[in-house]
Design a binder for this molecule. Structure first.
Ligand SMILES: *Cc1c(COP(=O)(O)O)cnc(C)c1O
Length: 499
């Protein structure tokens, strides 16, 4: 399998090279040049496999320049019972007759990012070796909160790498910030940016494409790569759990071979739902992909109108990992839907950069509305959903997952579709405990409490154990105190690397 850039500037790249680079030199994103298709029999065979075997089976098709042993080594190092606290890795919980919740947050940092970021460092270390790379790899990350911690944890003390994470100083939860500023490891660094996530992401993208910096880096034998979902190595492991959820439903007899299901995905940068799209392209029987947004509903509007317009107020919400106005991975979807034609992609991305807006042609718009359904959940609706699900099922969900559940309800009301549905649950309720406690116990319960005290309150109320990764976080020493302006990110990187 070869990879090419969505902007047309590079083709015939092996996966190790694509993963090592993270982003293509023309600013585009790497995508597989060909579609992979699996038969229903091949998909059904996954029912009797473990999560690790399913992962191996899917990844082999994409990482053809890795040997089976190399992929197995990555898979079995990443997805352990020890790290995920559950040997099913991504367990499916049945909510009711029609709905299953795919719990993607059993990893060490309590959000779905671990599903990819526990394995990406293994892919990368092997990629460095396979491509004969001698430079030290510097991972640059812009995060809305969850990627940063998951990447720090995944790359800590990984030989031949360093990692620098930029997060919006006032745009992450207390728990998220504490997770990042207390990170241990000799190759790690996290920095608060005075700006929002888009500022951090734009800053990182600018550093990646800065030619003078690239020269300096080369002289000092450093090379940048990315752990954001612009890196193909982040996306490909996410395809696995859509197959895994389907295989679990086959195994339990909830569906039969070939039956179509819906997936609902709480969406920000469009990475998670894009992985679902690739699963569908590979032959996974999918009826609809339901794209759930919060008040930053740029994707809802895009799916409904074909116009992407980020010229709107950026809203800080209780589902901060979805507070994004520029969904990078949409570029990959558009490239797939134009039959791999880079010309319109370049036009649209130029237009996005220049005017903050683009509009796709009617053929692409039509395809999008056949595959996707878009909706959003307001702050009040999100809280009400957490409360309603807890009351009805005794099941606690976080704010991001609640956005998914609420948008699913809206989808059912709007379409009457009763197809069996899997809702991706992207974070542990403990990670966003302030909003969850508020939804379940009311405003009063929050009075005078820190997020860390709320962990105990939530644990007692819901009779759930506080995840290891969040327990005693407030007692850990703060190791990273740097804060910088949104235009000073490059300088920070130069200082850290001693350039
Ligand atoms: C990152 C994240 C999302 C959004 O995922 P994308 O791949 O960026 O669309 C949703 N929920 C949580 C908890 C996240 O951490």
């Amino acid at each position: 399998m070869y990879y090419e850039s969505t902007r047309g500037g590079l083709k015939s790249v092996l996966s190790a090279e694509a993963i090592k680079r993270g982003i293509a030199p023309d600013g585009g994103l790497f995508v597989p040049e060909k579609n992979i298709s699996l038969t229903n029999d091949e998909i059904s065979a996954m029912a009797d496999m473990s999560y690790q075997e399913r992962a191996l089976y899917i990844l082999k098709h994409y990482l053809t320049d890795y040997s089976d042993e190399e992929i197995a080594d990555c898979v079995y190092s990443a997805y352990t019972d020890e790290k995920f606290g559950d040997k099913r890795i991504a367990p499916l919980t049945r909510l009711n007759e029609n709905v299953n919740i795919l719990e993607l947050w059993h990893g060490p940092t309590c959000a779905f990012k671990d599903m990819a970021l526990q394995i990406l460092p293994h892919f990368l270390v092997k990629a460095v070796r396979k491509t004969g790379e001698t430079s030290e790899i510097v991972i640059l990350v812009a995060t809305s909160g969850d990627t940063g911690k998951a990447a720090l944890e995944g790359f800590r003390d990984v030989e031949g790498t360093r990692i620098i994470v930029f997060y919006p100083q006032d745009g992450v939860s207390q728990v998220q910030k504490m997770q990042m500023v207390t990170q241990e490891g000799r190759n790690v660094c996290s920095i608060g940016v005075e700006g929002n996530f888009d500022d951090a992401q734009n800053g990182v993208k600018a550093i990646f494409t800065d030619e003078s910096l690239k020269l300096k880096m080369e002289q000092e034998s450093f090379k940048f790569s990315s752990a954001n979902s612009i890196n193909w190595g982040r996306l490909v492991p996410q395809i696995v759990y859509y197959f895994s959820a389907y295989a679990d439903m086959l195994k339990s007899g909830e569906i039969n071979q070939g039956d179509k299901i819906n997936f609902v995905v709480p969406t920000g940068n469009f990475g998670n739902i894009l992985a679902a799209f690739y699963a569908m392209q590979m032959g996974l029987p999918v009826n609809r992909l339901i794209c759930a947004s919060n008040d930053n509903n740029v994707l809802t509007d895009f799916i409904n109108t074909g116009v992407y317009d980020k010229n709107r107020e950026f809203k800080k919400t209780i589902s901060p990992s979805m507070d994004i106005l520029i969904s990078s991975n949409l570029e990959r979807l558009l490239f797939e839907l134009t039959g791999h034609d880079p010309a319109p992609i370049n036009d649209w991305m130029d237009s996005l950069r220049e005017s903050g807006k683009y509009s796709v042609d009617s053929a692409v718009k039509k395809r999008i509305s056949e595959i996707f359904w878009g909706g959003y959940s307001s702050e009040v609706e999100t809280l009400k959903t957490i409360e309603a699900i807890y009351k009805e099922y005794g099941y606690v969900i976080d704010t991001h997952t609640a956005v998914g559940v609420d948008v699913y309800d809206k989808y059912v009301i709007s379409t009457g579709d009763m197809t069996k549905t899997v809702i991706a649950s992207t974070a542990s309720p403990f990670k966003f405990n302030e909003s969850v406690v508020k939804a379940v116990l009311g405003d009063e319960a929050l009075k005078g409490k820190t997020e860390f005290e709320l962990l105990d309150i939530l644990s007692k109320e819901c009779k759930l154990k506080i995840p290891v990764g969040l327990k005693d976080l407030d007692k850990k020493p703060v190791l990273h105190k740097q804060v910088c302006g949104k235009f000073d990110m490059k300088q920070q990187v130069e200082d850290i690397l001693g350039l």
